[in-house]
Design a protein around this ligand. Structure first.
Ligand code: NPQ
Ligand code: MG
Length: 378
């Protein structure tokens, strides 16, 4: 495969409604898209970094800078680029998994499109559809929350995840359990908002029979999660903490996590995410696919990966209209609570050039010589 260049594009996607978590409220999704062009095909990747470093240390501007300054030039300098060589050359740079994952995904996509292989086949997927869960933001009141959950259950979502924080935890969980009963698949996500001193409080969630509590404590506090696991019966599931396969093994071994949330962007790409899937399977740890408010580009890859065998819990793989009125690809749509795994080569979705232009805020092309041509569109 010979690469002709890499386009870095910033887009701004209006959200259908504000999305509030313990770390802040989002009104628009600012996204970096990567397009890798070869002689015969093009591949797309989406960077899941947010505008500000609230979920993790990366943010949109650091990702663009990493890509432009280091990752794209390293890729374009490879004599025979492929996804495995790309991953290896990116590893010489510390950190920045979301920037690496975006470019790795685009390389994998162009490679698979050239070969005519769907991403699902490359990953060893075993399902044609995946169940769709939904992540429900923090609201101003319980009635407002119940109204939102009513709507998602009407849409067909098979699992509800409530975002929680101190002051918004027991009451919303109790209200949702009382309204929908014990059959509803229900879990919560704290996005690091608690401390180990809150253990007795978090144990009050135990009677509500949640599938899991996601990332209650700070990212680097694996020992704290292991200690908390001794004080609550609800299974602990790590998200932010699981930054690599090595960390996943450590977290599992010390008892910090009984279930693992996989996000390819958080761990540096689909290859590392696949390793985490495989080693969790070996340890008897179920995994599920996270979500980062992806457009159709990132969503397509996540849905393909969620069809692998050890993804045994419904993911945050929601339909496109959970977040966007209009996507940049054909939208992912719920059919009886499930999404179809794309069957075409690579990601198996097509980017709509007209819609893309409407949401684009800047574009730059990086060519093999390393020449950078900046072309902001507006
Ligand atoms: C999580 N996602 O599981 C993340 C957190 C999250 C679907 O709950 C903009 C971009 C806003 C990424 C808000 C879900 C976001 C974001 C929350 C990710 O922890
Ligand atoms: Mg999470």
């Amino acid at each position: 495969m010979k690469l002709e260049g890499v386009e870095l594009r910033r887009i701004a996607m209006p959200l259908v409604a504000p999305f509030r978590t313990s770390f802040g409220t989002e009104l628009d999704r600012e996204v970096v898209l990567v397009r890798v062009v070869s002689a015969d095909a093009e591949g797309w990747g989406e960077c899941v970094a947010m505008s500000a470093p609230r979920y993790s240390a990366e943010y949109v501007d650091t990702a663009v800078d990493m890509l432009r300054r280091f990752l794209v030039p390293a890729l374009l300098a490879l004599p025979e680029p492929d996804v495995h060589r790309a991953e290896r050359v990116f590893a010489q740079f510390k950190g920045h998994p979301m920037a690496k994952a975006a470019l790795e995904a685009a390389v994998l996509d162009v490679q698979l499109r050239e070969a005519g292989t769907p991403l699902s086949a490359f990953l060893g997927a075993v399902r044609e559809t995946v169940p769709a869960g939904v992540s429900v933001g923090i609201m101003d009141s319980v009635p407002e929350l119940l109204n939102a959950v009513d709507g998602y259950l009407d849409d067909g979502y098979v699992r509800i995840k409530l975002k929680i924080e101190p002051g918004w935890d027991l009451a919303p969980v109790r209200a949702v359990r009382e309204r929908y009963g014990s059959e509803l698949l229900l879990q919560v996500d704290a996005n690091t908002a608690y401390t180990l001193a809150d253990a007795r409080h978090l144990a009050k969630l135990d009677p509500f029979d949640l599938l899991l509590i996601e990332q209650p404590l700070p990212e680097h506090d694996l020992a704290g999660h292991a200690a908390l696991a001794q004080l609550v019966t609800t299974p602990i599931c790590l998200d932010e903490s699981i930054t690599s396969a090595a960390v996943a093994v450590h977290a599992i071994t010390i008892g910090a996590t009984r279930i693992v949330n996989i996000k390819p962007g958080r761990v540096g790409g689909y290859l590392e995410a696949r390793r985490i899937h495989d080693l969790c399977a070996q340890h008897g740890i179920p995994v599920w696919m996270g979500g980062m408010l992806e457009t159709g580009v990132g969503r397509a890859g996540n849905v393909a990966m969620a069809a692998m065998p050890n993804f045994t819990l419904p993911g945050d793989t929601s339909a496109s209209d959970r977040y966007f009125h209009q996507d940049i690809t054909e939208p992912f749509i719920l059919h009886e609570g499930r999404l179809k795994v794309p069957t075409g080569p690579g990601l198996g979705v097509t980017v709509d050039a007209r819609r893309l232009e409407e949401v684009t805020t800047a574009v730059q092309l990086v060519r093999p010589e390393g020449a950078v041509k900046a072309a902001p569109t507006r």
